[in-house]
Design a protein. Structure first.
Ligand code: 1CP
Length: 362
């Protein structure tokens, strides 16, 4: 039978790889086998990445288009994944807002943003001026890649939490204190983050990224009502801006979202990324038939034995099938980023298992 193809949607990125299983799955079209890629697939667990990082620091890698391009390609060459994700970081737009970031390797910001004067001083960054190297890396990659390229950004709440904390956090107490004590100031900060992040993501898709992913990694620390007030509207604002620019699939990853998944369904994405703390079949039922899902193997499973990895892959593939037994709209992935101590052979095993176990079972 001829492969089903999807006509290029109006406004689609030029030359979009519409015949790819990854893009078809995002749009809930039939696939030849379940597509798979790995969150944080380019990075610390790969020896070829470590070799490059011995010669160049992390920010130089992100800001040099040739290096970012090479690192993006490394896992695609090695693993045969169905999509590439640009090598960059969710905090790269911050210097454009006026806050420098150091990676040690955990991010540390030059200052925390807590007062009205701090928020007032932040600029809304135009990514064409502040991150031209990102758009250049996207253009280089489009010449090299045979699989679709995912552009990404941090969702406004997640980015704002780094600004408020001045780095990573375990409790997010400064963030919550600001949200609860000065909600108007928090909203003002979130608007600035949303417009900066939107510019970053829109310019990536304009440069040629064929999908756009928004990482709301930390929004799960909020109670459902606060998620609805401080995270969802701003993520939606970014995804709507992307939708106006190009008809690319939009993937929204919300960490620890099991408590408010129905709310996430309204974010304006085609695909919802799931963490591993929820059952994928149940998550699909809660999200409804219109959305595709991405996920959701526990990254720590890759530290375990090969036969167990294969079994868990089979279970997730089975769970993701609809009541009619069809595997429409599933992009296989981990439930969060690959852990640095993962053996590359186990990442390979995952990719091969997904392809093998899903082949010929549309
Ligand atoms: O030493 C090094 O090489 C730096 C480590 C590193 C790397 C490889 C950081 C610092 N960022 C990255 C790259 C990165 N970050 C990518 C590139 C693509 C890929 O690796 O495949 C992506 C998609 C991200 C996204 C990112 N950065 C997120 C969202 C996704 C997620 O995993 O939740 C978050 C929360 C960050 C912040 C960040 N940057 C770096 C670190 C160590 C962290 C997390 C720190 C924390 O816990 O707060």
């Amino acid at each position: 039978l001829p492969e089903p193809t999807i006509a290029a949607a109006p406004g689609a990125a030029p030359g979009a790889v519409f015949e790819s299983d990854f893009l078809r799955a995002c749009f809930r079209r039939p696939v030849t086998r379940t597509p798979v890629w790995i969150m944080r697939q380019a990075g610390r667990y790969l020896p070829e990445y470590r070799a490059l990082r011995e010669r160049h620091d992390f920010l130089t890698c992100c800001r040099t288009p040739e290096l970012a391009c090479e690192i993006t390609l490394q896992p695609v060459r090695r693993l045969g994944v169905d999509a590439a994700i640009l090598f960059s970081d969710i905090l790269l737009p911050l210097p454009g807002m006026g806050v420098e970031v150091a990676f040690e390797p955990a991010p540390r910001l030059a200052r925390a943003v807590r007062s009205a004067a701090d928020v007032d001083a932040l600029r809304v960054a135009d990514a064409r001026e502040t991150q031209p190297f990102v758009q250049e890396a996207v253009r280089l990659l489009r010449c090299e890649l045979k699989v679709p390229l995912i552009g990404f950004a941090g969702a406004p709440f997640t980015v704002a939490s780094y600004l408020i904390e001045g780095g990573g956090s375990r409790t997010f107490s400064a963030t919550k204190q600001l949200l609860f004590s000065e909600p108007a100031l928090a909203h003002w900060l979130l608007v600035k983050c949303a417009d900066t992040v939107a510019s970053s993501l829109v310019e990536q898709v304009r440069a040629g990224a064929q999908a756009a992913m928004l990482f709301d990694t930390w929004s799960g620390v909020l109670a459902p009502e606060e998620y609805r007030e401080f995270a969802l509207p701003y993520a939606r604002r970014v995804l709507e801006a992307v939708g106006r620019a190009r008809a690319v699939p939009r993937i929204y990853y919300a960490g620890e979202s099991a408590g408010h998944l129905e709310v996430c369904a309204g974010v304006g994405a085609e695909v919802i990324g799931l963490d591993w703390r929820q059952d994928i079949g149940e998550a699909r039922r809660r999200l409804g038939p219109a959305l595709a899902v991405q996920g959701n193997l526990d990254p720590a499973e890759l530290l375990g034995p090969p036969d167990r990895i294969r079994r868990r892959v089979a279970e997730i593939l089975g769970g993701a099938r609809g009541p009619d037994g069809r595997a429409l709209g599933h992009v296989f992935n981990l439930g969060h980023g690959v852990l640095p101590d993962t053996k590359p052979e186990h990442a390979q095993l995952l990719v091969d298992a997904v392809h093998e176990l899903s082949a010929g079972r549309p």
